[in-house]
Design a protein around this ligand. Sequence first.
Ligand code: KG4
Ligand code: ZN
Length: 333
Amino acid sequence: FSVAPILALETSCDETACAIYDGVRGLLAHSLHSQVKLHAEYGGVVPELASRDHVRRVLPLARAALAEAGLKPTELGGIAYTAGPGLIGALMVGGAAAAGLAEALGLPLIPVHHMEGHLLAPMLEPDPPAFPFVALLVSGGHTLLVDVQGVGRYRLLGESLDDAVGEAFDKTAKLLGLPYPGGPELARLAEGGVPGRFKFPRPMTDRPGLDFSFSGLKTAVLTALPKDADAQTKADLARGFEEAVTETLAIKCARALDETGHRRLVIAGGVGANRRLRARLQELAQRRGLGLYFPRPAFCTDNAAMIAYAGWARRADGRAAHDPLLTRARWPL
Ligand code: KG4
Ligand code: ZN
């Protein structure tokens, strides 16, 4: 079953992105405009500014993607877009643009769940995982462990009861005086940190279950942070925080693999770009002889390639797209 190329728009947060995916030729185009500079002076994403910038960027990006792919709009087979979860105003920009394009071109409109996009991102890599697998999705808004049986067949195994991992990284980075976006900055700072100087708790690993809690960890860092902390102390704190997070995630991944009996582990979402986390899970996979899969770093953080793939996979599967809906700020996977 072949499907003409799918063009996808991603505008759920602070990146405007467009991509085109085709089942035979693969990824034909992908482009992204990051709003990091726009939000940096506010120390976080300002939703209204994000929406306005998406309006400015989205159609030029779509035009550029078509040019990169060497396609005419009439050669497309559908328009996918991130329908949620995310910032509602930002989502509506992509949703409205996608709906307009689909209407004008007489193409199906394919709403995609942002986390399904993250979950399927490793499918864009040269050695994609077969089903079933356990997916650890770690982004700024979500921390999910999912039993993945196939496209659209997801069972939630565990999630964060408070802060998402990325959120914990960002808030802890702020405590340490690092600029937004804090996650990658904290990871960089931790490189020079002394391991073991600060030992933080591994939340919720001492009891059964696959849920997470990360809000206490930033408080633990705050409590350990001296008033006039020098640069080395901050690096050591960052290192201790990163180690507590990666160890906690590794313990829960091992548990999820035991529980499901799956032999493959996928890690995706923005925090999936973290090198220490990758190394720690690599170690787990090697020790157990498991397959470990993660997208290239650029496809861990938000992008439209993963949305184009998910939109294409839903159509190719003969699976109905989600119910017609424009956008949803909150949306369970
Ligand atoms: O998936 P993503 O781009 O957006 C959401 O869907 O939320 O994830 C963004 C999150 C942010 O919290 C960011 O700080 C974090 O991923 N992040 C990292 C790294 N790169 C991005 N956290 C730790 N280490 C990194 N290298
Ligand atoms: Zn995301």
